[in-house]
Design a protein around this ligand. Structure first.
Ligand code: MCN
Length: 790
């Protein structure tokens, strides 16, 4: 047998493209989302929101709303004086001063952005609640607005929070190596202003909350990625014992980071349920989502990249201005910092420096949207690599290959002191080039140009930092998150031999019910159909920190695997006792715990569990009955997936319209658990990144009005705009966890924007266009072509 055959025999389900267990209920409409849930006696909530970007609240007249027969109650910020604190921001980096003006579920005294909530109206009927909200009359005294981060710190700029006397939120730097010496050693330095504009997570299901406070206990159904965080902060803000709060994430129709949040609406509905004595339900409209659910990105960076004339990188320096919006939410100021950890990308650069300044504006808060900081960092270095290659007169791929951290240099400590776990960047790029068939693509260029169509090819070679955990690095004394990041899992074998797994992670589209079941089934010798994965419910036992930062596989699934290993150990002890064989001679083979060399002699898991539950007297002396184990897992390091992507675009010279004609992605997230799930994750990520590169842009006008409040104005790409993605993988195991796995959930969004932008610039170079910032809509591209031609 080869090594791979061995693995297949020991783990028959791992590495297989099993169809997702969750899909039948999803595609037949049998799944229950928050809006599908109703509790007898519930009230519906509508939220009165500010039409002003910055204003003093002079008065709130609720009388007309309260006079309506169908309105049960109206509450304003003043009614909520009993809250124990404002909404949370969970990042306090040691030694860094972060301005964090209080952020209340209902505004107190002033509103700071369009959509800021001012009052909540409760009614028996959703439509009546919305009508009632229109009968709440708020008098505003408009105040000057701050809308532009690049002028926000100038003298005389309007202040978002006048009481703190500045628009600056915080400054934070991360550096390693001698940055001045690095640039002094460079023969060529490129400097570019790299804009990563504001985007929305735009999940299909907007947010929703159903809160039920009764008899001193709160049950909160919410469309969230982080039920345990919501429970913790609900306890702290509402003053309810944590054990009296159960947070349940029902089916969640996508999150993309937008639901990695502890929201004002969750606290508001919970509070309103306690106050009114009735369950309270709030379902966000699409327009509300666009205006008030946190946005992502919104950074302007000045990036300098230096190299010797033979193409050796000597230094990279990024100065980032990041828009926080009006308030800090759970991770708002931490997001840009995450990118700083991988600012040198896949390259061996001796000096690396990132300086971040964050700024308040009168816009909706920003926070983590798929990739959170890492798409921005990857974009910075990858567009600058192409610019540098041009300056050096060197092939773009040759420049990349020359500076890759070599595959025999892992684990690799970067200039920042970050240890990349494993990598084979040449391998990924080699496979990409094999798939790409460059000569054929190049051959079509001249023919297309004759028709006024410019073909471009863009590359992005990337790594990212994910598997968000090691508490020792991310926690209070390290990076400054106010909790360590780890995961726990419980694996329980039922009396009848089925398996129930409880995980603290909270999937919202990633397919964990399938992939976790594949891992557990292989370990316990059962079919994945016999393994149920329970998640998204703080009441079920396994505590965890949620699903984001492509952390579930490397942290949560590893915790599940470890709990399953403990179950296997106990089962082996029981079987060895029953069969009078040494425990080390018991193996899981063909669905049985059998004695090595005697595959017929053994017990299926159901038989072992039967003994453990029904006849515990047959177990080894002193062993506890039952077959259930728990594991808490806090990894030693992050994991660093990587890959090489290529985008091929055709640009119409006359219109500036960009068409993505091919997209080829090679990603490496360690040994695949389920290749089809991985492909799905990569497809979604690339679609999101192409959306950002070409179409999507959350825009405000100078007065602070949102001008992209619907899907008519905010252009999400559809299947019609996207090609069929071509994906493949290399598999380089991580030494960090026993499964060897890394994350893949954000890889597409992290890698793809620079591939698209580099492709467009490559296409337009013959016309004299040398550099452009996203989004590359037809008007921007057409204008660049005209300006270059003058
Ligand atoms: N996987 C695998 N083999 C590997 C590595 C991963 O089969 N070697 C599988 C995992 O088992 C899991 C999936 O790939 O089913 C993604 O795993 P991972 O990369 O660990 O990411 P998470 O599960 O933690 O998901 C988070 C990530 C993030 S941060 C965002 S944002 C995101 C995303 O996943 N939002 C999504 N993917 C999404 N997909 C959908 N459909 N909807 C979202 O909102």
């Amino acid at each position: 047998m080869t090594a791979i055959d061995d693995r297949a025999a020991a783990a028959p389900h791992r590495g297989q493209s099993l169809r997702r267990k969750e899909d039948p209920r999803l595609i037949t409409g049998r799944a229950s989302y928050t809006d599908d849930l109703n509790i007898t006696g519930q009230l519906h909530a509508a939220i009165v929101r500010s039409p002003e970007a910055h204003a003093k609240i002079v008065s709130i007249d609720t009388s007309a709303a309260l006079e309506r027969d169908d309105v049960v109650a109206v509450y304003t910020g003043e009614d909520m004086a009993d809250l124990l604190g404002p909404l949370p921001m969970a990042w306090v980096p040691p030694g860094v001063d972060v301005q964090n003006p209080p952020h209340w579920p209902l505004a107190r005294g002033t509103v700071k952005h369009v959509g800021d909530p001012v009052a909540i109206v409760l009614s028996e009927d959703r439509g009546a609640a919305i009508d009632g909200a229109e009968d709440v009359f708020v008098e505003y005294e408009p105040l000057p607005v701050c809308m532009d981060i690049e002028t926000a710190l100038e003298d005389g700029a309007a202040l978002t929070h006048p009481e703190i006397g500045t628009n600056k939120c915080h400054e934070w730097s991360l550096g390693g190596g001698d940055i001045e010496a690095g640039f002094a050693a460079a023969d060529v330095i490129v400097e570019r202003r790299v804009v990563n504009h504001r985007v929305s997570g735009a999940p299909i299901e907007p947010r929703g909350v159903l809160a039920d406070y009764r008899a001193g206990a709160l049950t909160l159904h919410t469309s969230t990625q982080v039920p345990h965080f919501v429970r913790l902060f609900a306890a702290l803000i509402l003053g309810i014992n944590e054990e009296k709060i159960r947070v349940i994430a029902p089916e969640v129709g996508g999150g993309f980071g937008a639901k990695l949040q502890v929201t004002g609406e969750e606290m508001l509905c919970s509070w309103a349920s306690r106050k009114s004595g009735r369950p309270v339900k709030w379902i966000e409209t699409r327009s509300e989502h666009m205006a008030v659910c946190h946005h992502g990105r919104d950074q302007v960076a000045t990036v300098r990249l230096g190299a010797t004339k033979d193409g050796r990188l000597t230094a990279i320096h990024s100065k980032i201005l990041a828009d926080m919006g009006a308030y800090l939410m759970l991770l708002t100021p931490a997001v840009p910092s995450l990118g700083a950890f991988v600012m040198s990308g896949v390259y061996d650069i001796p000096a690396v420096q990132t300086d971040i300044t964050t700024v308040f504006t009168n816009k909706c808060a920003t926070d983590a949207i798929r990739g959170a900081g890492r798409p921005e960092a990857t974009h910075m270095i990858e567009v600058c690599m192409d610019q540098l290659a041009d300056e050096l007169g060197m092939d773009r791929l040759e420049l990349r290959r020359k500076n890759f951290i070599p595959k025999d240099d892992f684990p690799h400590e970067t200039a920042l002191g970050i240890v990349y776990d494993s990598g084979n960047y040449e391998g990924a790029l080699d496979l990409l080039m094999e798939k790409l068939d460059l000569p054929a693509l190049e051959a079509e260029k001249a023919e297309l140009a004759a028709k006024g169509i410019r073909r471009g090819i863009g590359y992005s070679t990337y790594t990212e930092i994910c598997g968000l955990a090691p508490s020792r690095i991310t926690g209070p004394e390290g990076f400054g998150l106010q909790t360590g990041l780890w995961e726990s899992a419980i694996v329980r074998v039922t009396v009848t031999g089925n398996v129930v797994v409880y995980t603290g992670t909270s999937p919202h589209g990633q397919g964990h019910e399938t992939t976790m079941a594949q891992i557990v089934a292989d370990k316990l010798g059962v079919d994945p159909a016999q393994v149920e994965i329970m998640h998204g419910d703080t009441g079920t036992g396994a505590m965890g920190l949620g699903t984001y930062g492509s952390r579930t596989t490397a942290v949560g699934t590893e915790a599940v695997a470890r709990a399953a290993d403990k179950v296997v150990e106990k089962a082996r002890s029981i079987v060895s006792h029953l069969l009078e064989a040494a425990p080390e001679d018991i193996e899981v083979h063909d669905g049985k715990f059998s004695v090595k060399g005697s595959p017929d002699k053994g017990l299926a898991l159901a038989e072992v569990s039967g003994v453990a539950h029904v006849q515990p007297e047959k177990m080894p002396q002193g062993m506890e009955p039952g077959l259930e184990e728990t594991s808490f897992y806090d990894p030693e390091n992050f994991v660093f997936p990587f890959g090489a992507h290529a985008c091929i675009v055709d640009v119409e010279e006359d219109t500036g319209k960009v068409k993505v004609v091919r997209y080829v992605a090679i990603d490496d997230c360690g040994p695949a658990i389920n290749p089809m799930v991985i492909d799905g994750q990569v497809h979604g990520g690339i679609a999101q990144a192409i959306g950002q590169a070409l179409y999507e842009h959350v825009m405000y006008d100078d007065t602070g009005q949102l001008v992209t409040g619907t899907f008519v104005d905010y252009a999400l790409p559809t299947a019609a705009e996207l090609p069929s993605f071509e994906t493949d993988r290399t598999e380089t195991p991580s030494p960090v966890n026993s499964l060897g796995v890394k994350g893949i959930g954000e890889a597409g969004t992290i890698a793809a924007t620079p591939a698209v932008v580099n492709a467009v610039i490559d296409a337009l170079k013959p016309l004299g266009v040398t550099y452009m910032n996203m989004p590359l809509g037809p008007e921007a591209v057409w204008t660049a072509i005209q300006e270059a031609g003058q």
